[in-house]
Design a protein around this ligand. Structure first.
Ligand SMILES: [Zn+2]
Ligand SMILES: [Zn+2]
Length: 307
């Protein structure tokens, strides 16, 4: 069987074999044209949702996984000023490996990587579990949100970017629709505007599938951490992803249609009814935004005798 030709360059030779089939877009692309297609698509997403411009100083939350590393690389390819933030959670083996990938990429693209070390800030995650009633995974989420916002603001960045991809967003959307979590639905959008001390948050890969994101990172020979975090408790999210993948295989384009349809049809209605959060206050100790008198990170520090 002769391999299919690239939709764009029509080549079929061995130098540029067709590597990527994108049935949702009716495209078959060689490696070179896949990389171009993906960068163009992300650039369009950034423009469409008014994420940022070349004047912004962007901080990318880098975990060492394929999505965040690929995003960081891609943004610099597009000419954006983007630095990285890595939060070292002190998880044995996992953290050291993922941090080394983040550092390697920083060196390759010549950008700054800020590193926050949980072992000195609070304690390594495995140790911190005893101080909090929260499961490690949600504790980790709290820590990441806190330090991302704080470091970005302190260092003068204007936008925070995360590597959430289409599959992540669709799995969350699916779950929110299944349970009619109206509150979460009204906040699910590729851009969260800056609000007081909260920086603007964006998800430039929201229209890029997990597979596309992985191929981009692999084709650019960027090493990344493959296993899931050992503390990950996203079992229901993985289950949703499996169901959605089945639908996608039966009918290519299901995920992107479901997601972009939500952004176009339902999200604007939800935003119209949205009230601004009046319960927002500032932590008496660190000054970060919180809904309680003392933020949850400072509460943890108090319990641990670190304050
Ligand atoms: Zn081609
Ligand atoms: Zn605080």
């Amino acid at each position: 069987m002769t391999p299919p030709k690239c939709t764009i360059c029509k080549t079929q030779n061995t130098a540029f074999p067709v590597q990527v089939l994108l049935p949702s877009y009716n495209l078959k692309l060689c490696q070179k044209h896949f990389l171009e297609w993906m960068e163009k698509r992300v650039a369009e997403t950034i423009a469409k949702y008014h994420m940022f411009t070349k004047n912004d100083k962007i901080l990318v939350a880098v975990s060492g996984g394929k999505d965040s590393l690929g995003l960081w690389f891609l943004l610099t390819q597009l000419g954006y000023e983007a630095d990285g933030l890595y939060i070292d959670l002190g998880i044995p083996e996992y953290s050291a490996e993922s941090k080394s990938y983040a550092s390697k990429l920083a060196e390759r693209i010549g950008r700054t990587l800020h590193i926050v070390d949980m072992a000195t800030e609070l304690a390594p995650i495995p140790e911190m579990k005893q101080w909090s009633r929260k499961p490690a995974c949600s504790l980790c989420g709290t820590i990441k949100r806190y330090y991302m916002n704080r470091i970005a603001r302190e260092k003068g960045y204007t936008v925070l970017a995360t590597g959430h991809n289409l599959d992540d967003e669709v799995a969350v959307l699916w779950n929110n629709v299944m349970h009619w979590n109206m509150d979460y639905l009204s906040k699910q959008y590729p851009v969260l505007p800056a609000e007081g001390p909260f920086l603007k948050k964006v998800k430039p890969l929201c229209r890029i599938s997990e597979k596309e994101s992985a191929l981009y990172t692999i084709f650019h020979k960027i090493p990344y951490i493959k296993p899931e975090c050992p503390y990950s408790t996203h079992a229901s999210s993985l289950e949703n992803k499996r169901i959605l993948q089945q639908l996608e295989e039966e009918k290519p384009g299901t995920k992107i249609t479901f997601y972009t349809g939500f952004l176009k049809n339902l999200a604007p209605l939800l935003h119209k009814n949205e009230k601004t959060d009046s319960s927002l206050a500032f932590c008496k100790i660190c000054g970060e935004p919180t809904t309680t008198e003392i933020c949850s990170i400072c509460q943890l520090k108090q319990k641990m005798g670190k304050l």
